[in-house]
Design a protein around this ligand. Sequence first.
Ligand code: ZN
Ligand code: ZN
Length: 407
Amino acid sequence: MNFLEKYGDLIVKVGINIQPGQTLVISSPIETAEFARMLSIRAYEAGAREVVMRWIDEQSTKIRYDWAVHEVFDEVPEWIQSFFNQYAMKDAAFISISASDPELMKHVDPKRISRQNKAMNLALSTYRSRMMSNKNTWCVISVPTEAWAKKVFPEANTKDAVDQLWEAIYKAVRADWKDPIEAWKDHQKSLNLRTDFLNKNKFKALKYNNSLGTDLSIDLPDGHIWFGGGDEGPQGQVFFANMPTEEVFTMPKKDGANGKLFSSLPLNYNGNLIENFWFEFKEGVVVDFGASAGADALQELLNTDEGAKRLGEVALVPYDSPISNQKILFFNTLFDENASCHFALGKAYPTCIEGGESMTPEELDQAGANDSLIHVDFMIGTEDLQITGIRQDGSEVPVFLNGNFAI
Ligand code: ZN
Ligand code: ZN
């Protein structure tokens, strides 16, 4: 098997772990059609009932943003809603190929994008909440496109840039290992050691410090659970929602963040690059923020709803990992978030608290889980990041020393 076949195999068997008789929905940019077709064949070979293709053309999306009448950005047609919600209700698996041009939407009115996203997230709330509580299996992966590769490797010609991005992706997902499927089993074991340590300590708070100026304390709710690597699907099948994944994560308490937090990598938010940004939190809410570029897009993001100004995820990623060791800025959250400790603004994963999957929205709120139409990860990890865990009795335990796990 060549790398490409190994990668396809890894996605179908380990990433989405397709089950015989299951329907698979693949969302793919038109530029990555060839890879998506290869995936669909692999999925049929593994017993898929049907593979449904949803093609995305970001250039057409941009033309629509530039030209369409403004009301359409508050609308989502019924058929799009039915498409996602119905396949989700029928236990389909969802693969999405994330490969956008990081700068395509630079000159698009950020208000149009945020209105469209808000309308979309509302319309697809059934689908979204099923994904976020693992009632469906899903997997986000990446394949190079020319525009994306040129942004990551601006010095190289287009062909070389694409080849280099492929190589970087293979390394990041361990497809360059002799037996990638075995490699993922070992990877899972090392993630388990970390989640076991964190779950045993039941920290009530984490304190973050680094030389960028981050000085933040976040509370963790009672009964929070740390996860990493594979998730369990509805039939007990293990799947990986992200490939690659290096993080262990849980939910913070929605009103427990206090202090200053500085980003360590730019954030590509819907084709807008937000750079050198920071937040100041008071009792969980962003009370002040700044950015050297993309401040408008960041403002729109925070204005989505009440929960968009609060944290919904805390994730720990060592500075020393197969992604961050490549020292490449991918301009794609799937990779950059797995190279760096991060947080997410917006909705918390209900599975990150004991019994969360079966709690009502009110019960989740009471337990300290944040809710929002958005969930956007942003990176804050640095080589000198220190994280200290505070136990229930007030004693302190080093969790991160100089950017890496202290355990
Ligand atoms: Zn994350
Ligand atoms: Zn996240």
